[in-house]
Design a protein around this ligand. Structure first.
Ligand SMILES: [Mg+2]
Length: 181
């Protein structure tokens, strides 16, 4: 049995997982850059990532974990602009994503497409993908063997606790599924 501390790929939803808004309805361009960590929309709505997002993305990047975005947003261009304006470390956040997948419908499509584009289909099949998402309906990604980690609280989004628990539960799940083989 191979014990792994990180999945091969971590998939993030955007709205209410990485930032506290629906980017297709709550924010309106143009955006003013207040700092590398904050933008303000046309009506003065201030937007940043949830507090722990930066250190989580940096940790994954340092450990060579593939980072994927999967969003059902109707305005991918707004999401991309926000990911470009908001920085993580000294780079635009968008630079940390190996793949960004958009569109309505099940995230099984988003994740299958990303795995195919990145040559990670066998890793997906082996249970080495984890999705962090606030919407329970997206747990259908389990049908393609992507582990679903729920982001429960929209006030805090993706926190260190949610992240650590998600990876711990995934690791336990992976061990038990490998034990059955
Ligand atoms: Mg969401």
């Amino acid at each position: 049995m191979v014990l792994r501390s990180y999945p091969a790929a971590v998939v993030f939803d955007l709205d209410y997982t990485l930032w506290p808004c629906w980017c297709d309805t709550h924010v309106i361009a143009p955006f003013n850059v207040v700092s590398k960590r904050e933008v303000v929309d046309r009506y003065g709505f201030s937007l940043s990532f949830y507090r722990d997002v930066e250190s989580i993305i940096l940790e994954l990047a340092e450990n060579d974990v593939v980072i994927i975005g999967a969003s059902r947003t109707a305005t991918p261009h707004i999401a991309k602009e926000l990911l470009t304006l908001l920085h993580i470390g000294d780079k635009p956040a968008i630079k940390y994503f190996h793949s960004l997948q958009w569109g309505q419908g099940s995230k099984t499509k988003h994740i299958s497409k990303a795995a195919k584009d990145l040559g990670l289909q066998s890793e997906l099949k082996a249970g080495l993908f984890v999705l962090f998402d606030d919407e329970m309906r997206n747990r259908d990604v389990r049908s393609i063997n992507c582990y679903f980690a729920h982001v429960e609280d929209e006030n805090t989004g993706l926190t260190r606790r949610v992240f650590a628990n998600g990876l711990k539960d995934w690791s336990t799940y992976l061990e038990s599924s490998q034990a059955k083989v």
